[in-house]
Design a protein. Structure first.
Length: 203
């Protein structure tokens, strides 16, 4: 179980404990932005002005720290969902949600790999499993709405398109392709999940 002793026992953490946690998250976010998710955790602790032991008391594993940092960045994804909800078009909503996830997965270099591993392994103890499960469930909602509108194949699952978005983010993170190539890759994925009758009617 992650978290401090006070958190595990349901007590309100002391002010210095809360301050250390917030400082560690800020330092971790800077290091992940600069060096990717493989950034040195000792360097994170040093920048935060605490010892490595303090970092590991708050975040026992790299995955725990990464999950906490991602949580602090989730506001933008929530805002995108609110914008998407106003579209009134299930097909476009799904398309924009996939792009929103891609942006989210592209936050840090190397982020797609641990997310794909967490989604694939479904390990209860992996702190990244829960956010992945939540994103997959949300994607399922968009998929079902598009299926009910007749725009998406009945065989498509939210998990499939979650993996597709992670994959595009991975390709994007390599820095070896331009935006036109990424657009073609996104279009190929869309052709794969869209209902063929809809595609044919629009050509």
């Amino acid at each position: 179980m992650s978290g401090t002793r006070e958190q595990q026992q349901g007590r309100r953490p002391r002010a210095d404990v809360q301050r250390n946690r917030a400082t560690l998250l800020e330092a971790a976010q800077r290091h992940f932005l600069q060096h990717g998710v493989g950034a040195s955790l000792d360097a994170v602790a040093k920048e935060a002005g605490v010892g490595a032991g303090t970092l590991y008391r708050h975040f026992p594993t790299r995955e725990a720290l990464l999950a906490a940092v991602l949580q602090t960045r989730s506001e933008a994804l929530v805002a995108r969902r609110e914008d998407i909800a106003r579209l009134g078009d299930a097909s476009e909503a799904l398309r924009q949600w996939l792009r929103a996830m891609e942006e989210y997965f592209s936050a840090f270099s190397g982020l797609p790999e641990p997310l794909m591993a967490a989604a694939r392994a479904q390990e209860p103890g992996n702190p990244l499993t829960l956010p992945c499960d939540q994103l997959i469930a949300t994607t399922d909602e968009y998929v079902r709405a598009a299926q009910e509108a007749g725009d998406t194949r009945a065989s498509v699952k939210g998990y499939d398109l979650f993996l597709a978005s992670v994959s595009v983010a991975w390709v994007r993170g390599t820095g070896t392709v331009d935006e036109e190539s990424l657009d073609r890759l996104r279009a190929l994925i869309e052709v794969g999940y869209r209902e063929h009758d809809v595609q044919n009617n629009r050509t």
